[in-house]
Write a protein that binds this ligand. Structure first.
Ligand code: F6R
Length: 262
């Protein structure tokens, strides 16, 4: 894993957006895996800004989102399709038919999950996956205890995640209990992964993911087995990393040809 520690939240968000934009520039027909939540909001805003300046073109990009709530129709304000439309898709030139979400309204959810995996395969697999991380170490909505080999399927949210997401729904009771999420096995098949984590409340999850044992109790720790992961944190989210000085040194001394963002 490459750990990139940026000075503050804005800088970490900007780094992530510019990394993604550089990737799209060098792989114009790429397949992006996308995340929702509070963390990537400013990343999408920066991508929209770069698009408007003519610095990135999404015309040939395909996207697959990590997850969706069960039972929320796409037009529901808290559905992740709605989130993505409001923050990115409506503002850039990604063709709508090339944006994909797990179907949380399907009659047969298991069949819809199989179809989602098949659609990712048909598209050639995910080239770059953007991830956030839950305070409990979840990626996608793979809560602690999820199989590290899991595929897209229905999951039940933990009480902690329901509490965290209640801020969007007004109350804990309004948060759907179930979600459809790419599995950890699905996520780990992406060719490249970039994770963004900001704020002190992510510090423990980041330390456990990067420096702790690989365990289903910290689903993100499965990324230690992946050959191409960049973890972008601000000082706060990186504050519990034991090897923080080492990561800083490595980053500062990286040769220019290895730098995606300058
Ligand atoms: C969202 C997702 C989740 C979030 C995580 C952190 O698509 O997959 O894993 O990345 O819950 O959420 P925030 O960014 O709101 O702290």
């Amino acid at each position: 894993m490459e750990v990139v520690i940026r000075q503050d939240r804005r800088d970490a968000e900007r780094y992530t957006a510019h990394f993604m934009a550089a990737f799209v520039r060098s792989h114009p027909g790429c397949v992006l895996g996308l995340a929702t939540g509070g963390t990537p909001e400013a990343v999408y805003a920066e991508l929209v800004r770069l698009y408007r300046k003519g610095e990135v073109d999404f015309g040939a990009v395909t996207t697959f989102n990590l997850d969706e709530y069960v039972g929320l129709p796409p037009e529901h304000e808290q559905s992740y399709r709605h989130y993505m439309a409001a923050r990115l898709f409506n503002a850039v030139n990604i063709p709508e038919e090339r944006t994909h979400f797990p179907d949380g309204t399907a009659q047969d959810i298991a069949a819809a999950c199989r179809a989602y995996e098949e659609a990712i395969r048909q598209a050639g697999g995910i080239d770059l996956q953007l991830l956030g991380i839950g305070r409990d170490g979840h990626i996608g909505f793979n809560e602690p205890g999820s199989s590290l080999a899991s595929r897209t399927r229905i999951k039940t949210l933990t009480a902690a995640t329901i509490r965290d997401n209640a801020r969007y729904f007004g109350s804990e009771d309004a948060v759907p209990r179930h979600v459809v999420t790419m599995g950890i096995g699905t996520i780990c098949e992406a060719r490249r992964i970039i994770m963004l984590a900001t704020g002190a409340n992510k510090a423990e999850a980041i330390a456990a993911m990067v420096e702790g044992p690989v365990t289903a109790m910290v689903p993100a720790s499965a990324l230690q087995m992946h050959p191409d992961v960049v973890v972008v944190v601000d000082e706060e989210a990186g504050s519990k990393l034991r090897l923080a000085d080492y990561y800083r040194w490595v980053f500062e001394h990286k040769p220019d040809w290895q730098r995606v963002v300058r």
